[in-house]
Design a protein around this ligand. Sequence first.
Ligand code: SAM
Length: 305
Amino acid sequence: SLQQPEGDQLPRYVRVNTLKTTVEDAIDYFKREGFSYLGQAYRLDDLNLKGKSFVGDLHLSDLLVFSPKTDFHDHNLYKAGHIILQDKASCLPAYLLNPPTGSHVLDACAAPGNKTSHLAAIMKNKGRLFAFDLDAKRLSTMSTLLLRAGVTCQQLANQDFLKVDPDGPQYKDVEYILLDPSCSGSGMVCLRDEASPSQNEQDKRRLQALAAFQLHCLNHALRFPRLQRVVYSTCSIHTEENEQVVAACLLQNPGFRLVPLLLQWPERGLAPLTKCLRASTTKTLTHGFFVALLERHTAERLEEQ
Ligand code: SAM
C-alpha cells in the first residue's frame, strides 16, 4: 500500500563489528569517502536520510544508519568484516540478551550467523559460544561469515537443537540462550505477498506447525540447568508465532518470567505481553520483528512478588 515502505525504502543499517574496529573509526572511514555524518539520531524521523548522509542510531550504539538503497556489498569495510549489513530489528536479540564477557552462551538456530557474530562482539570473543543449525549448507556459509568477522569463541555444530542434551557436561555453565528459530518470515518486507487478509487453510496449518516447533524449541531451551536468560525472536508478524508462543511457554514454565524491554522503544508486543517488543516498517523503520526476553526467577525474586 502507499503508507507501507517497501524493503528498498527502509534505511540501510550498518552494524559496526567491534571485534575488528570501533564506531569512531568506521565513521571516519565513511567521512573520508564523502559521506556526511550528521551525528547521533534523537528521533525516529532522523533516520529518514537522503543521499550520502548518515547518522548514529538512536537505540543501538554500534549501529550506523544510511539512506535507503545505499549498497555496501562491495565495500572494503564489508569485505574485511568491519561492518555487518544487518537490519536494525535483527540486532535487538543479541543486544538485549547482553551476555557478559567470559559467559557460556548458546545460539540454538544460528545460521547464517549474524546474531552469533553480534553475540561474540558483545562477549569480546571471551567465553564460549555454542552454535547449532540443522542445515549444513547454511552452516558452511556461517563459518565463512564468522571467519571474516574475526569470531573465535564459537563452537559450531550441524545438529538439531531439539536433540541437544541440556544435561551434557559441556553445557553445564550455559546461562544465556539466543533462540531465533525458523518462522514464516512474514515480517520480511521483500517476502510479503500481495495483501492476503484471509489466510487459507494451508497457511493456517503451516503457521500452527511452525508455532508448535517454536514452542518446543523454547521449552527445550529452558531445560538447560544453569540457564538465566533466553531471548526469543522471529521475523514474523503473526501473533501465533510470537505472543502466543511466549504466553504458552510461560504457562508451562512458572519458574520463568518476562523481562520488560527498552521502555523507549516505540512498538510493544500485543497486550498483555507488552514487555516484549515488536518492530515494523511504519513504527520502527525496520522489517517486521518480535523479541521476548525470559529470565529465571531466583528464590529471592519469588519472595519479592
Ligand atoms: N539466527 C540466524 C541469524 O541471525 O543469522 C537466523 C536463523 S533462521 C531464522 C532459522 C535457522 O534455524 C535456519 O538456519 C534453520 O536451518 C535452522 N533450524 C531449523 N530447525 C532447526 C533445528 N531443529 N535445530 C537447529 N537449527 C534449526
